[in-house]
Write a protein that binds this ligand. Sequence first.
Ligand code: PGA
Length: 251
Amino acid sequence: MRSQIKKPFIAANWKMNGKPSKALTLAIELTTGLSIEAIELVICAPFTHLDRLAPIKQTGVCIGAQNCHFAENGAYTGEVSASMLADLGCEYIIIGHSERRSLDSPESILPRIRQVLNAGMSVIYCCGEPLAQKESGQEWPYVSNQLQVDLESLSIDDLKKLVIAYEPIWAIGTGLTASPNQTQNMHLRIRNWAENKWNTQHAQQLRIIYGGSVKASNAADLSQMDDIDGFLVGGASLIPNEFRAIIQCYS
Ligand code: PGA
């Protein structure tokens, strides 16, 4: 049974889309008139849009970014630090998205997570297997290795500032989704892994969300599963009717 005190969590990942001048209008269209008190809702926008999105926070929607640098500050031309994003009002940063893992070094994931936590924000940490691992039945060895390497030195207090997004790479932007049962199975394994690693009941409160071609047509079934605590939504978070229907599965 889903815990009563664990708020479902839905994050929009706009990726590199839209214009700063249109960002607030889209955010309002995605959320206005919906009852969102019972869920935590975050819009993760490109860096350039974040300042323009600040007014949406008055409605209870949080804003977040899609990555940050692994250093606190310094001579890193073109980069953005976690503390800069906190200063803009961000409360969440996505770290380890598969579209970033192909650009950033694997060893930089943990330092990035540290920067987010040090800046007082929370992390939406992404993990998930490529198609080859799915086809050879090696999903869990692959994902558990990611968890072990990336989250190795986090404490129980750090865990309280973490949302884990399971995003199988083969499902991202492809229209393919894992079945509700397959996804539930993976989420439960992730939760059990967290419970064993930190030896804490808090693992039951950890939000484990699913991402990968979530849309209005599949969200209702996925949201029924005990260990699917919400969604990380890419393409459908740019389409108001789709995103609103996804939110309504939990609200
Ligand atoms: P998608 O993207 O919903 O477009 O598959 C999800 C994500 O990349 O977070």
